[in-house]
Design a protein around this ligand. Structure first.
Ligand code: PGA
Length: 251
């Protein structure tokens, strides 16, 4: 049985104080979610990872990116051992904003996924098509490439621990949700792709999230779908009250 997972992607929001205040308030929320078999987590900026961990060590905390090398001449980058040093064991990879604004490719994502697993971390690998690709009926081609190249060389055991987030680019931050039918169709398709390469067991264990304008009002419908195990939430994850509503509305 796959546990439900709700993850907040804070993007480039919140000062350290704001992040810590959220973490403090979220203590109660975390206990409440766990009591209902739901895992919750947040992805703050690098600067707030330490503070959030200190204030609320039980909350899953993810970095929003990492470098695949342990150290070296990579100005401006953060390595996996540096994240582990803070006790951070989760990391988003390949978010569409990283792909669009920072040129992140499927091949680079693959290197990062391998490096994260080599360090026993849990990646949340983001995939999704642009509006042009969606309108050209290319969604499945794009997803297939992102999944197959991104996961290339991983083991079955890796994939069992992996989280994949399907986020159509056209629905991120736009208020234009993908229908639950689309979400289920693509999340199910991703599970089939995983099954084809890594086998049935891995495909049954990999957790697949939907992301893109998820709000308290629509979260339950997505999570009611067979292959949707949770949600990656941007805007609606920034306030504790809204996060609380997301959890309550799933129950
Ligand atoms: P959104 O962002 O919920 O604000 O659409 C989702 C994401 O980018 O992960």
């Amino acid at each position: 049985m796959r546990r439900k997972l709700l993850f907040g992607n804070w993007k480039m929001n919140k000062t350290r104080e704001e992040a810590k205040a959220f973490a403090e308030e979220a203590k109660e929320l975390d206990r409440f979610a766990k009591a209902h078999n739901i895992d919750i987590g947040v992805a703050p900026t690098f600067l707030s990872l330490c503070g959030v961990r200190k204030v609320n060590p039980d909350l899953c905390v993810a970095a929003q990116n990492c470098h695949f090398e342990d150290h070296g001449a990579f100005t401006g980058e953060i390595s996996i051992p540096m994240l582990l040093d803070l006790g951070v064991t989760w990391c988003l990879i390949g978010h569409s904003e990283r792909r669009t604004y920072f040129g992140e490719t499927n091949e680079a994502c693959n290197k990062k996924l391998k490096a994260l697993f080599a360090n026993n971390m849990t990646p949340i690998y983001c995939v999704g098509e642009t509006l042009a690709e969606f309108e050209a009926n290319k969604t499945k081609d794009v997803i297939k490439e992102q999944v197959l190249v991104g996961l290339e060389g991983l083991t079955k055991e890796n994939v069992k621990k992996l989280v994949i987030a399907y986020e159509p680019v056209w629905s991120i931050g736009t208020g234009k949700n993908a229908s639950t039918t689309i979400a289920e169709d693509i999340c199910g398709y991703i599970r089939e792709l995983v099954k084809g390469v890594f086998g049935e067991e891995a495909s049954e264990e990999v957790r697949i999230l939907y992301g893109g304008s998820v709000k308290p009002e629509n979260v339950k419908a997505y999570l009611g779908e067979k292959d949707v195990d949770g949600a990656l939430v941007g805007g609606a994850s920034l306030k504790v009250e809204s996060f609380r509503q997301l959890i309550e509305n799933i129950l």
